[in-house]
Design a protein around this ligand. Structure first.
Ligand code: SF4
Length: 385
């Protein structure tokens, strides 16, 4: 078992209309103290865990690191390098995959070179769309030309593992504009692709507008659910034709470029999260840090662990996670192992779902039916209740 490290950087230049993450626009004066706090959290981690009665994280080798956000590429590269150095100093590190999330407009030659030097070897770029009107309506800072320029910079600097994110369901998106975005993406041959369906909930400005019947943020120009599902299916077909392996509901990779770090989440492997709002899992407990970056910095400066949530993972929770997380992978789950490990009989429900065409079961592995991935929630609800 190997360990993953996650660093949350909750800073953004603007707040995108659809964003439902705990991130925001903060004064850049907070960036340096935040980096200091993350380095200190890493250095003092064993003591902080002990004082919070959290079981030690395994002493396993750390092979993956993921800087997510927010917009981690906003931070000074020397700060990012210091965080990686703190990990090397405090943990048994043998980094194989070190990812930085970066927004296209923040990527420069100087930064990319400094990222490489610090040890980053994978960039996950928030592309979202190749249509300027969709990017503008969503409140994104970049335009499609920034994506072309940034990709060239990254390739020239030696990054040979680049991931692009797209969002299906942005305001003003049409079947034609989606087709064009997917075609542009394929023409650039990223090594990895994530496609997320637009989420409408009250924690984003756009979501709240939709739920309250308003029209701001181009709420009335949102594609309907059927269109979104069609966009997703269309992307599945185009990516498969282009040689990408669909390995998780929202993720595709050229062979060998699956995200090792993210696989840890779906396979319930341990990971340590650092920074405001970061989540962690040690196999027995899950916990999360305070979301507010200023409160996080203050707590760390005072030598306190800024935990907001800490929960033991019960046997029932663990079983739910095995199903819910495991089935997100298109390779599916080893049902016999899970039934024996949790003393559970899932066969009757599996049979029902199979009869409805929602899952495939080959006697060993249980998988979501590839043509029904957009209704995966139905499967999860049926299996878990
Ligand atoms: S850049 Fe990402 S995290 Fe920041 S506001 Fe936009 S969607 Fe949210």
């Amino acid at each position: 078992m190997r360990l993953g490290m996650y660093v949350q950087v909750p800073f953004c230049q603007t707040k995108c209309t659809y964003c439902n993450f705990h991130t925001g626009v903060f004064s850049s004066d907070l960036y340096a103290p935040y980096v200091d706090a993350v380095c200190r959290e890493i250095a003092e981690y064993p003591r902080l865990l002990q004082e919070s009665r959290i079981a030690e994280v395994s002493n396993a080798e750390v092979d993956t690191v993921y800087f997510g956000g927010g917009t981690p590429s906003l931070l000074d590269p020397t700060g990012l390098a210091r965080i990686l150095e703190s990990m090397r100093a405090g943990f048994n590190c043998n980094f194989e995959e070190v990812t930085l999330e970066a927004d296209p407009e923040t990527i420069t030659h100087e930064k990319a070179a400094a990222w490489r030097k610090a040890g980053f070897n994978r960039i996950s770029m928030g592309v979202q769309s190749f249509q300027d009107n969709e990017l503008k309506a969503a409140g994104r800072m970049h335009r499609r030309d920034d994506v072309f320029r940034a990709t060239q910079v990254l390739r020239k600097t030696g990054f040979d593992n680049i991931s692009f994110d797209l969002i299906a369901g942005l305001p003003h998106q049409t079947h034609d504009s989606w087709d064009e975005s997917v075609a542009q993406l394929l023409s650039m041959r990223p090594d990895h692709v994530s496609i997320y369906l637009m989420e409408i909930d009250e924690s984003s400005r756009l979501g709240l507008e939709v739920l309250t019947g308003g029209t701001r943020y181009s709420a009335s120009a949102l594609p309907d659910d059927d269109s979104m599902a069609a966009f997703y299916d269309h992307a599945c077909a185009r990516l498969a034709d282009a040689g990408y392996v669909h390995y998780e509901i929202s993720n595709w990779a050229l062979p060998g470029f699956e995200s090792r770090h993210n696989l840890k989440y779906w396979q319930r492997q341990p990971y340590c999260g650092f920074g405001a709002g970061a989540h962690s899992f040690n196999g027995q407990q899950r916990w999360a840090n305070a979301h507010d970056p200023a409160a996080y910095v203050t707590a760390i400066r005072q030598g306190r662990f800024p935990i907001e949530q800490l929960a033991d993972v019960s046997r029932d929770d663990a079983l739910e996670e095995e199903l819910f997380l495991g089935l997100r992978q298109l390779a599916g789950i080893d049902l016999a192992r899970i039934e024996s490990e949790y003393n559970a009989n899932l066969q009757p429900r599996v049979e029902e779902l199979r009869a409805q065409g929602l899952v495939e079961w080959d006697g060993t592995r249980l998988r979501l039916a590839p043509d029904r991935l957009t209704v995966s929630n139905e499967v999860f609800v049926n299996l878990l209740t």
